[in-house]
Design a protein around this ligand. Sequence first.
Ligand SMILES: Nc1nc2c(c(=O)[nH]1)N[C@@H](CN(C=O)c1ccc(C(=O)N[C@@H](CCC(=O)O)C(=O)O)cc1)CN2
Length: 300
Amino acid sequence: MTAKIIDGKRFAEDLRGRIADHVSRLKSEHGIIPGLAVVIVGEDPASQVYVSSKAKHTAAVGMNSFKHELPADTPEADLLALVHQLNADPTVHGILVQMPVPKHIDPNNVIEAIDPAKDVDCFTPANVGKVQIGLPGPVSCTPLGCLMLLRDELGSLEGKHAVIIGRSNLVGKPMMQLLLRDNCTVTVAHSRTKNLDEVVRQADIVVAAVGRPNMVKGDWIKPGATIIDVGINRMPAPEKGEGKTRLIGDVDFAAASEVAAAITPVPGGVGPMTIACLLANTITTASLMNGLTPPVDLTA
Ligand SMILES: Nc1nc2c(c(=O)[nH]1)N[C@@H](CN(C=O)c1ccc(C(=O)N[C@@H](CCC(=O)O)C(=O)O)cc1)CN2
């Protein structure tokens, strides 16, 4: 079997097109221009790429984009003061602090400072709880992107056995909630899971989010399974020139493609969906902040 490649880049482009339509309706029918503030602390090259891409796509769909770049030695108190200022700014409907933050800053203090009404990452305890009980609000961007790709590929997910590898707050745990909401049977595997290969062999759906290049082998995959590879591992690529890198996922793509029915590539799979879902969440928060019902077709 040669797996179908799930084209996240193309899906994200389509989604951004639908988001642009919603932005234009919010403007013309309600006079609202959604605004997204993105804060980056330090010069981590990968984070700079992601933040620039977020700002570019925010503007491209017609939203207001506010980018705040702070030096790596910014005291935590200054970052929290900026977050409070953005909380109070009525032109800002979404606030995102790019992770990871430098070591001297406690990410939990930053997350707690963000007004849950503007928390487009869905990191605050209030929004994590809302996802758990199914109330309207933003949904964690990467897991939401994975869910959209899975629904598009498989239709109903009901009764499927999904194995998530990784239990992070960013991906593993919210992914578990979303798949449960879609009536999957969910197993969350992690670094202490015994016989991981045997666990993964049970899966109709594999979501790999461990951050270890090529960890999931081809012979771990049940024939016909659908694989979502969340891993973005930057590896040296001397064959491309000195100091060059390439991205590879958590799944051995070539081997898994021989067994699976469908698989996301890295790059071009889940990554682009993360940013498109961030924009979808900004529509959600801008709608809710103005007493409007968020459009269900973006995030349902
Ligand atoms: N506050 C947040 N911080 C971080 C998040 C997040 O959702 N919120 N997620 C990750 C990084 N991330 C978004 O911020 C992100 C990662 C990857 C991509 C992406 O489009 N990847 C491309 C490849 C891009 C490249 O060449 O590097 C792909 O996979 O095709 C977008 C966003 C950690 N921090």
